[in-house]
Design a protein around this ligand. Structure first.
Ligand code: SF4
Length: 1011
């Protein structure tokens, strides 16, 4: 037992039957201490852990009930401060804070400042404006404090300082009543002995009002529980090095070290490796888990150790609790928030439905498998936006999974019912938003264990409390942010040490428990004690003026050091201190905290040692496995060590254990070879007797092959397509393809109209007609694809209208007569009838050598130049950068103009069989802002060269050599970049193309010559 616990034991024994209040900052601390006594073999009776707030409630409880006064939690005080701030700002009553956005951060800082002032007993009357750095700030603080006091009074609320003040006033009456009760206690009873005694940890820094209440209530029955200090140790011999930790701040006065290894150090490569090494040490020393306490200096250690405990299957208790965000209901709330802030995007909803944290049931409680829900949503075409979920109703009517679609639609509509609609100002009542979220969580959450159960109850009760209090009206984004902030502050599963479990605690609460093995992690200088920071609202200079009891920024650092020193001095058994010497997120070194140097000096018995001595002593950091390969925590550590130690010469061993790794090694080796292998897209067997498998080709298919054979292979040979999902992008409405098809359809309809009316395009006369047609088409597209916001829709509509103007200007310059539009070939009779001309069958081209290729397509426009002379145009809605008159075929990436010219001649011959129609040139029009109204035309010539190019392309396909492109520029818009990893694929392709031994690439090399 340490001195703290043994003092408690002695007092407990001395005043065995007397009522004893153990005054602690939280009930859990008291319970842990009481359990600690029992575990040390000390029995106790009439010992009650109590907090100052609990004492205040005992004193004032009756008064509160009679006067119907409610006590507020800290969360609600924050909401009130925020509402008051908002109100003061709207009324124009703020000066210093007038220009500030009332964010949750600002409200939290002001709420904490108000609480600190009130904990010192400072009221708005006593707060002087001149004590602030400027009068405006003083006036604002005074006004806010006054409004806060008035609000509490008006609504019959008390916050914690208010409750303590009330209790302080009621103490005399309470004591008198208690003394009266004591007098009646029994015949011969001593009234004084019946009065409770108050036991208070000597080291704890109470807030001023708490301190006053404890002292006023206890009077002369106040006993302080001592902790180890140098003064108390002076006379005693030191038996182990752990006991030296009492001399932390005065190593020069410390006795000589014992050298029993009861205190040790290490540093590690990042937080996770630090914690893993703690577990390795526990395993190596065969320490029972319930003998271990891990004390951390920052919250990041909680999720890290929690996730290790889940992964490795050991029990963990956390004194401060686990963040609710790590629990199922916490994740569900985050996903719902994502869904709302992404304008109800289907992909966010699919994430929510498939993460395993929800149960999907219709309003009639019929279950919907999450996979079925995801499938239905993917194929629904909804994309995003609340209104578009009505498409599910349609889907329910026609889909083969109509039952599930029906249930899903009913479930989603029931969620929408609970998410308030924005009013005309784009705002919702925060209370409605919170109560809706609470209900949604109850509907969806899949409660898998006790922690989930506690999390669901904590989150929903917090949301319901806000719903009961808040009068705020917020934009939906703000409402989402606020609930996300709330989630961050909630914890569940707070627990003292339990049998069989490792115990994790903040170093601030380490003193309450006394396990024999203590690991203190996170002792890097940046974290402990951290940098000096002033409070952002009440500056140190202001605090000094306002009240002597208001703590200063510097005091907070000292308090941290003091708490750590007290906790370490209270340890028995073994202590291991560590820090992460490398921040893997920030990618930078970290250095040991000064307290580590002090401990090192104590252990070495040399007060003059410095950081360089300490760093030399510490040696290399602990990494991803133990230094000698012993006691690996899992398979991964074992493999890492074997690899580092050079024990894996025989790679086949790895391959035998891990098939995926074996395949990766094989492919990596294959990609080192001089010639392309199947891992580069060079197939061992491929081909068909008919050229190109006898397929009817589109021109774009050939251009796709010429752009990148590997992408061609994925798309056209393996038939792999990116998922057909409408994904939410708050900055974009139409994807380039959709925008292109809108413009194609617009220009075609417009030009047909002009041609039917026998007119010539006149930018002035026809502007309104074209813009009107564009407006109608935009409306139609709006129904099909919901715009993410009015702003984005407006921006993109403006761009489309701008394209119309560019188009009119280019058409006015043209001296050909537009005749035929969107002319199909090879697309069947129905398409020909729709267009009014064209060829039902494909256009065939004899390439010689027994190769005949069949093509299909749709020609945007055929214009007449003169009697029997025509030209062909294709609209391109992107930039003209990759097109140029000097690039006739552009290495096979531009063959459309040549092939369309051939097709057009056949079509024209069919339209007027007796006239010999000639296509003189073919080209591209760029009617957009990016394309600047350029047109690029190519004379129709050199059919032999086209045939030769097509033969070469056939050879590429027939050779089955589908290597990646060796030009990175082609990867810019590639849909397969995520599966191809272009950085390495392009480099590998460059090496292969440059290596003449790779003869399989000859057709591809030749194709590059067709510029
Ligand atoms: S990313 Fe580049 S190399 Fe890879 S498939 Fe696409 S275009 Fe080809």
């Amino acid at each position: 037992m340490n001195l703290f616990l043994s003092s408690l034991a002695i007092i407990g024994e001395k005043y065995l039957f007397q009522d004893k209040y153990l005054v602690v900052p939280g009930y859990q601390a008291g319970n842990v201490l009481c359990k600690g006594l029992i575990q040390s073999g000390v029995n106790w009776v009439n010992l009650r852990p109590e907090t100052p707030t609990g004492l205040a409630l005992r004193i004032a409880g009756e008064h509160l009930a009679i006067h119907r006064i409610s006590v507020l939690s800290g969360n609600l005080s924050l909401i009130i401060v925020e509402e008051l701030l908002q109100k003061l700002q709207e009324e124009g009553n703020l000066r210093y804070f007038a220009g500030q956005n009332i964010t949750q951060g600002l409200a939290a800082a002001l709420s904490s400042a108000i609480s600190e002032l009130r904990m010192c007993g400072i009221s708005s009357d006593a707060l002087l404006e001149e004590h602030f750095i400027c009068l405006g700030k003083g006036k604002d603080m005074k006004l806010l404090l006054q409004e806060y006091e008035d609000y509490l009074l008006e609504h019959s609320y008390l916050d914690q300082p208010g409750l303590l003040s009330l209790a302080l006033n009621l103490v005399p009456a309470y004591q008198a009543e208690d003394a009266g009760d004591g007098g009646d206690a029994g015949e011969g009873g001593d009234a004084e002995d019946d009065q409770p005694i108050y036991l208070v940890p000597s080291f704890y820094q109470w807030k001023p009002l708490e301190n006053k209440l404890i002292r006023k209530l206890a009077r002369d029955r106040l006993l302080f529980l001592p902790v180890e200090t140098i003064a108390m140790k002076e006379e005693l011999p030191v038996n182990t090095d752990v006991e030296l930790l009492s001399w932390l701040h005065m190593p020069e006065l410390a006795p000589s070290p014992v050298g029993d290894d009861s205190v040790s150090f290490f540093h590690a490569y990042g937080i996770t490796n630090e914690l893993r090494h703690v577990l390795r040490l526990v395993q190596e020393k065969k320490i029972p888990l319930d003998q271990v306490s891990v004390a951390c200096t920052k919250d990041e250690y909680i999720p890290a150790l929690y996730s290790l405990s889940r992964m490795m299957g050991f029990g963990l208790t956390v004194f401060e609790g686990i963040p609710v965000a790590l629990t199922g209901p916490g994740k569900v709330l985050q996903e719902i928030n994502n869904w709302i802030s992404e304008d109800f995007s289907v992909s966010a909803l699919i994430d929510l439905f498939t993460a395993g944290d929800v149960v999907l049931k219709s309003e009639q409680s019929e279950e919907i498998p999450s996979i079925a829900a995801a499938r239905l949503l993917k194929t629904s075409g909804i994309g995003w936006s609340r209104e578009r979920y009505l498409l599910l109703v349609k889907q329910a009517r026609h889909h083969q999974e109509s039952e599930n679609a029906d249930r899903l639609s009913s479930l989603i509509q029931s969620l929408f019912k609970r998410i308030p609609l924005e009013n005309e100002e784009g705002k919702v009542y925060f209370r409605d938003f919170c109560s809706g979220l609470a209900e949604i969580l109850q509907i969806l959450s899949n409660v898998k264990d006790e922690l989930d159960k506690a999390a669901l109850s904590t989150i929903t009760s917090c949301l319901e409390q806000i719903a009961a209090f808040s009068k705020l009206e917020l934009g939906i984004e703000e409402a989402v942010e606020k609930t996300a902030d709330m989630l961050e502050s909630l914890r569940v599963g707070q627990s003292g040490p339990k049998p069989g479990d490792v115990h994790l605690t903040s170093y601030r609460n380490l003193i309450w428990s006394g396990r024999p093995y203590t690991f203190v992690v996170g002792l890097d200088a940046d974290t402990f004690p951290g940098a000096f920071r002033q409070d952002p609202v009440l500056l140190d200079s202001e605090r000094q003026m306002i009240h002597a009891d208001l703590p200063l920024g510097l005091d907070k650092l000292e308090e941290k050091q003091f708490l750590m020193a007290t906790a370490l001095a209270s340890r028995r058994g073994e202590v291991v201190l560590s820090y992460p010497s490398y921040d893997v997120v920030e990618n930078q070194d970290a250095y040991p905290a000064s307290i580590l140097l002090q401990v090192y000096r104590l252990l070495e018995g040399d007060a003059d040692l410095d950081y360089s001595d300490l760093l030399n002593f510490l040696g290399h950091p602990v990494g991803y496995c133990s230094q000698h390969g012993d006691n690996p925590l899992d398979e991964v550590e074992w493999w890492i060590y074997q690899n580092l130690a050079g024990n894996l010469q025989d790679a086949a061993v790895v391959g035998k254990c891990y098939k995926g790794t074996a395949r990766r090694l094989t492919s990596a080796r294959a990609r080192q070879e001089d010639v392309p292998t199947e891992y580069d897209g060079a197939l061992t067997r491929y081909g068909s007797t008919a050229p190109w498998g006898g397929e009817i080709l589109s021109c774009s298919q050939i251009e796709y092959l010429a752009s990148c054979p590997f992408a061609y292979f994925l798309r056209y040979v393996l038939g792999i397509y990116p998922p057909d999902e409408v994904s939410y992008d708050p900055t974009r409405w139409l994807a380039p393809l959709e925008r292109g098809s809108l413009l194609h359809s617009l220009f075609c309809s417009f030009m047909r109209k002009i041609a039917i009316e026998g007119e010539v395009v006149d930018p002035v006369k026809h502007k309104n007609i074209l813009l009107e047609m564009a407006g109608e088409l935009v409306e139609q597209y709006k129904d099909k694809i919901p715009p993410p916001s009015d702003l984005v829709l407006q921006g993109e509509t403006n761009e489309i209208l701008e394209c119309c103007e560019v188009f009119l200007a280019t058409e006015a310059r043209r001296n050909s007569i537009p005749c035929y539009f969107e002319v199909p070939f090879g697309l069947g009779q129905q398409e020909v009838e729709k267009a009014g001309c064209g060829l039902a069958d494909p256009v065939c081209l004899d390439l010689g050598q027994g190769r005949i290729l069949a093509f299909r397509g749709r020609i945007d426009r055929i214009d007449q130049l003169a009697e029997g002379d025509y030209c062909v145009w294709d609209y391109k809605t992107g930039s003209a950068a990759d097109y140029g008159e000097q690039l006739y075929f552009n290495k096979g990436q531009q063959v459309q103009h040549a092939l369309y010219a051939l097709a057009a001649e056949e079509i024209l011959r069919q339209i007027s069989p007796r006239k010999s129609a000639k296509v003189r040139f073919a080209g591209y029009i760029f009617p957009s802002r990016k394309g600047e109204g350029w047109d690029v035309s190519h004379p129709v010539k050199n059919r032999e060269l086209l045939v030769s190019l097509l033969n070469t392309a056939c050879e590429v396909v027939e050779s089955g050599t589908f290597v990646a492109s060796h030009e990175a520029s082609r990867c810019r818009y590639c849909e397969y970049a995520t599966v191809c990893i272009p950085e390495s694929a392009v480099q590998r392709a460059k090496n292969l193309v440059g290596n003449r031994i790779a003869v399989r690439l000859d057709p591809w090399r030749r194709l590059q010559e067709y510029v």
